[in-house]
Unconditional design. Structure first.
Length: 424
């Protein structure tokens, strides 16, 4: 399935996967370490008036909904409530802040019955057994091998550009049935659509180009299904609220693809880098994992607690109270999973990366109806990639010829920049 992913032009990845470049174009700028400010804010109150950027004293307000008053939610308890109180908090926030203009009308911005029935169409393909089975055997493991083979004989490599950027994007595009070249083109369009320095016309043009690329693949799979998710969606049945059922429209399938390909490729790219960065900067824990791979599951979960994608959004749909703070109908909530995941009332010494913590749920994959659909696939990818590195390179270490790798990014997306390592 992944025959030619390694043949693609290296420079395209360097151009399309840059943490700092994306942060500069994100609307809230580059923030090297937001955690100390989040700790101060969270210690003062679980919920604050103002967008997260405003509460932190940063210029600009980040993503915003025209005319909406904003609040920031920072404690573990408050963030968990926002994700699960579905009668008070809606995912329509993603329409209001313009994300759905780029992705299309997808499950991300739907609520209630409509969300449930559309999610049910695809959910079976993302269960743990499928992540370990079909996804890993057909898609992930062959890609891990191909990418590692390509650089294995070199003395060193930038893992971010040559491995972490590639694996998640090609996992989701291959899983959906796009060719590697189509996957890379698609990523280029979506990156343009999410570039906040572009005009509305340019964003619409990029979104339409992504839509046309997908429409072509969907039309082909309607005629000749293959063993991929676009084929499954093209031949699936959606149960409507009135008890009738119908096939999905091309736009419904395209929105699914845009959401999963972009959301799944993006988050896992960064989280794979973060998990590897965490282990390499804690060499004693990396050695433990190398010797006992059963610890890898904990290590991955701990890395998603320690440094998750830190900011999501909800809209208040009726006047309500959250942790003692009154919230008016229509307000936009900045839901800071980054701050929630280091809440000291839930985790002892929360800034410490520690693979031996007792496992308890963090907010990295959200909670409730919208909890991450792809979390088992994401964790499988990270596990297969790190196992691949540990198996093939017993002497893996930082390359001292380069500046040390660091975690950076924006308020919405964080990860390591270049990660230059020596392999042998
Ligand atoms: C480590 C990597 C990942 C992280 C940290 C992550 C995190 C999240 C979070 C926090 C949400 C909730 C967003 C919200 O409701 O506001 C979400 C939703 C979602 N994620 Fe992930 N994700 C990851 C990887 C993936 C992958 C690999 C896929 C697919 C292959 C995926 C597909 C989705 C989808 C479809 C949704 C929307 C679910 C819904 O609205 O019902 N994610 N993810």
């Amino acid at each position: 399935m992944a025959d030619s992913a390694i043949a693609l032009d290296d420079s395209r990845y360097e151009e399309l996967f840059q943490i700092e470049g994306s942060a500069e174009r994100s609307g809230s700028g580059v923030v090297d370490d937001p955690y100390p400010i989040w700790a101060e804010l969270r210690a003062k109150a679980p919920v604050h008036r103002g967008s997260l950027a405003q509460c932190m004293g940063l210029p600009g307000e980040g993503l915003s909904a025209p005319g909406a008053v904003q609040y920031s939610v920072l404690s573990f308890a408050a963030v968990s409530e926002v994700f699960t109180r579905k009668d008070d908090f809606s995912s329509e926030s993603y329409i209001d802040i313009g994300v759905s203009h780029k992705l299309g009308d997808s499950i991300l911005n739907m609520d209630g019955r409509r969300h449930r029935s559309l999610r049910d169409v695809i959910q079976p393909h993302f269960q743990p057994a499928n992540a370990e089975g079909w996804w890993n055997e057909i898609v992930i493991a062959p890609l891990v091998k191909e990418f590692i083979d390509k650089f294995a004989d070199q003395p060193g490599v930038d893992l971010n550009a040559h491995f972490f950027a590639r694996l998640p994007m090609h996992t989701v595009t291959t899983g959906f049935g796009m060719s590697p070249q189509q996957g890379l083109e698609f990523r280029g369009y979506m990156l343009r659509a999410f570039d906040y320095t572009r005009t509305t016309a340019e964003v619409t043009e990029a979104t339409n180009a992504a839509g046309e690329l997908l429409a072509g693949v969907i039309a082909e799979r309607r005629l000749e299904p293959r063993d991929d998710l676009i084929s499954k969606l093209a031949h699936a049945t959606l149960e409507e609220a009135d008890g009738t059922s119908r096939p999905l429209t091309t736009e419904e399938i395209a929105s699914y693809c845009r959401l999963i390909v972009f959301a799944g490729g993006e988050t896992t790219w960064r989280q794979l880098g973060i998990a590897t960065f965490a282990l390499m900067t804690h060499p004693e824990q990396m050695e433990e994992v190398r010797r006992d791979r059963s610890l890898l599951t904990n290590a991955i979960l701990e890395s998603t607690r320690w440094n998750p994608d830190p900011l999501f959004y909800r809209k208040v749909i009726r006047d309500t109270v959250l942790q003692g703070v009154e919230l008016p109908k229509g307000a936009l909530l900045n839901v800071c999973t980054g701050a929630a995941n280091r809440d000291p009332t839930r985790w002892e010494d929360p800034d410490r990366f520690d693979i031996h913590r007792p496992i308890q749920r963090s907010t990295a994959f959200a909670a409730g109806a919208h909890s991450c659909l792809g979390q088992h696939v994401a964790r499988q990818e990270i596990a297969s990639a790190i196992n691949g590195l540990l198996d093939r390179f017993p002497n893996l270490r930082w390359d001292p010829a380069y500046p040390p790798a660091k975690l950076t990014g924006s308020l919405v997306a964080r990860g390591p920049g270049p990660m230059h390592v020596l392999l042998h």
